[in-house]
Structures are given as structure tokens and as C-alpha cells.
Design a protein around this ligand. Sequence first.
Ligand code: GLN
Length: 199
Amino acid sequence: MRVGVLALQGAFREHLLMLGSLGVDTLKVTRSEHLSGIDALILPGGESTAMVRIAAGTDLFATLRERMADGLPVFGTCAGLILLSDRLSDDSLGGYDRLGGLDITVARNAYGRQQESFTAPLTVQGLDEPVAGTFIRAPQILDLGPGTEVLAAHDDTPVLVRQGAVWGASFHPELGSDGRIHAEFLHHLGAAVQRLTHD
Ligand code: GLN
């Protein structure tokens, strides 16, 4: 079992460290060839405008969409959620190609500017104790289709959702040392996560 982390830009190191702390093999994904060597992929937070520009002109997103259609589990956090959303509330990413795959509409930066970043306790389906979710210029989920499931909400707005094997979070589960959300994602894949096995 090896989990890739899209490493074009943004907080990919934090995800790699988090996965490493859970005993999971990882691979930095920057090219389409890397996709054949992974069993799941995390799309990190960062700046979605930068990510779509870097990916433009390569076959990375097209190949990734094919692998997602074949069932590759993918978890997008923050900017990664923007890449996965089927609809955006504005055209601020211009004509750049995204991935889609999550039947949601997202508004970029809807939780405010960098200095309005905040951390809030989130009750997450499947977890006994709340998780501290950090929101940084976070995208807000405005609506979701019938195939999606809400795993956590903040002020009645969904912030962690999944549609089959595709998961998305508005916040940053890779910040800090709490790996429970990553472990939940991996648990759903049937991965032998060290922490779960040792519990
Ligand atoms: N505001 C960023 C964007 O639109 C996302 C912020 C983040 O990933 N923390 O891409």
C-alpha cells in the first residue's frame, strides 16, 4: 500500500510527514508516471490557481481523472478540495483544467483572508473525540449532490465530505500531530495503518 501526495505546490510535506507517522509508504506525485505506483492520492492545500497552472500543458490531470474513474481513492484538502469540486461559484480559476469528481459547489476563500484563519473543534463521523480543524483562506462547500455524504460540519456547513472513494475537506487535517482523519481515510481503504493496528 503506497499513498501518493500531489507535490506541485503547497502543504505536501505536511501530508507526507503525517502519512509517514501512520506507518504508510508515500510517493511525491509530480508527473503522470507516478500515478501507476500508488494506491491512493492526497491533494494538499496551497494555492489552487498555482496548481492548475503548473499542471496545465501536462497529462497529469487527464491521467489522474482516468485513474479516479477506475476507482483510485483521492482525498483533497483545502486547495485540493477546490481541484476535486465539480462546480465553482465563480470563474476565478479561469479556463484552467481541474479534476472534478466530487458532486459539490465550492466558493473559494469564503472563510475570509489569511488573518481571519481559525481553528474549530469538529465532530467527525466515526471518531469519538472532536478534531481541531484549521481553516486558512478555506473554500466553503455551498451545496452537494445526493451521492455525497457529510462526515463533518461547521456551523451547519459541510466541511468534510465523501463521495465513494473521493474525500474532500475545507480545512487542513495535515497540520499538527492528529492523524485521525488520515487514518479514517486509510481505514476506509482497508489499509493496515500502524496506529489502527496498534490500538
Ligand atoms: N485559497 C486557496 C485557494 O483558493 C486555498 C487555501 C488553502 O489551501 N489553505 O486555492
